[in-house]
Design a protein around this ligand. Structure first.
Ligand SMILES: [Cu+2]
Length: 217
């Protein structure tokens, strides 16, 4: 009786060792896949926003949401005011980016974002050579106006991830190094209603997207 008990324990021990080693083999294989070639290679989204409006003002084409966190640049970015014009006029930024609003004119300006903006603020009236800053910590559209000059306007578009591009004057855009995956691709334009298209990005490949039939806001 004793002998068979020992035998049973022995068999059980072998079984346990067998299971453990099987487990470690599975783990090793998973690790191997994770480090496989080209896993971190992104794809490209390229295309066209078909509307005459892009000749005058660029559209922002952006991936709505990408998993992960994308820290804002450590250094501030600039939006100048010179000759009563905001430069650049259309500024897509990553969430939490701080923008320096410099006054390069010989007159005072008063930059503000009206009610209804993703972020409402008012920098007050300030003079030549002065820089005021604002951090854009809410996603969405922030129209900028000047209390002194009614003709001045600009837009900050606050985005979740760095996968965006401005269109050229023909409406072409290209977004590079996008992590492979399925996304909602959106078009923002100050004069047009926002539109969305599904896009699938594959490593090392280019996905082509065309937006047309855009409607006025
Ligand atoms: Cu002004």
């Amino acid at each position: 009786m004793r002998k068979s008990k020992i035998l049973t324990l022995f068999i059980a021990a072998i079984a346990v060792v067998g299971l453990l080693s099987a487990g470690s083999i599975v783990q090793a294989e998973e690790g191997g896949h994770g480090h496989g070639g080209g896993q971190h290679e992104g794809g490209t989204i390229k295309g066209l926003v078909k509307t005459p409006w892009v000749k005058r003002y660029p559209a922002v084409v952006y991936v709505d949401h990408v998993d992960g966190t994308f820290p804002a640049p450590k250094e501030n970015v600039f939006m100048g005011q010179s000759n009563l014009v905001f430069k650049p006029r259309i500024m897509p930024v990553l969430k939490d980016t701080t923008v320096d609003f410099t006054n390069d004119d010989n007159v005072v300006h008063n930059v503000f974002a009206p009610p209804g903006s993703a972020k409402e603020f008012n920098l007050g009236t300030y003079g030549v050579g002065v820089t005021k800053t604002e951090t854009f910590d809410k996603l969405g559209e922030v129209p900028l106006l000047c209390n002194v000059h009614a003709e001045m306007d600009a837009f900050v578009v606050v985005l979740q991830n760095p996968y965006y591009a401005l269109t050229d004057k023909k409406g072409n855009f290209e977004i590079k190094n996008v992590p492979p995956g399925s996304y909602k691709l959106k078009v923002w334009h100050e004069k047009l209603k926002e539109v969305t298209q599904d896009v699938v990005v594959e490593a090392g490949k280019t996905a082509s997207v065309e937006f047309k039939g855009l409607k006025k806001r």
